[in-house]
Design a protein around this ligand. Structure first.
Ligand code: ATP
Ligand code: MG
Length: 175
């Protein structure tokens, strides 16, 4: 059975399912270690950022940031539509990561998982997830099939695909 379970969350609904499964697996196996990873992504779109505006612990930081970005777009727009959208401020992206990891930890602890670690990373999401899994010698990686990505029609996102392909341990992709 899985002893060290690594679960990666980007805050999406699919990732929430992955967190729940990882927590259930860890809660059912005495002595399991549960490691949550979030990799900060700088290229969050307005839609992606907007999803966090309804979170009780993020509203106060995300709402003004959305307004700031909108203002920047309006100020920069010339006669042509803007194709470039400014990324959210690093401290906002950092706070989102902290809150997502705190939520995951709370869910695990509320279900009685004793050993929980959280890691906030930056860089290539798949690479960081794989590095973390290797560093902890994880037995199992749990991911969502999709994430915050906006591309419609995909069944499995690029992070899931890459981690599944390159992972040395069993990798579960939750649908
Ligand atoms: P894409 O990013 O390729 O446009 P997508 O966002 O729909 O597509 P993925 O990014 O592959 O799909 O997300 C699938 C799963 O991978 C998520 O549910 C989550 O478990 C994990 N994941 C994705 N990005 C991150 C991240 N930045 N940090 C931690 N986990 C992530
Ligand atoms: Mg993604």
């Amino acid at each position: 059975m899985a002893k060290t379970i690594l679960c990666a969350t980007d805050g999406s609904e699919h990732a929430a399912k992955a967190v729940s499964l990882a927590v259930d697996l860890a809660a059912n196996e005495a002595g399991s270690e549960l490691i949550f990873v979030h990799v900060m992504e700088r290229h969050m779109s307005m839609d992606q950022l907007g999803r966090f505006a309804s979170h009780a612990h993020l509203k106060d930081i995300v709402e003004p940031e959305l307004a700031r970005i909108e203002g920047e777009i309006v100020a920069a727009a010339g006669p042509y539509p803007m194709t470039w959208v400014p990324p959210p401020a690093p401290e906002v992206v950092h706070r989102i990561g902290e809150v997502l990891l705190a939520d995951a930890r709370l869910e695990a602890e509320s279900k009685g998982v004793a050993s929980v670690e959280t890691h906030l990373e930056e860089g290539d999401p798949a690479g960081r997830i794989l590095d973390r899994a290797a560093a902890h010698d994880a037995d199992l990686i749990v991911l969502g099939s999709r994430g915050l990505g906006a591309l419609k029609g995909l069944l499995v996102g690029s992070v899931s695909q890459k981690v599944n392909h390159l992972s040395r341990c069993t990798c579960v992709t939750v649908k």
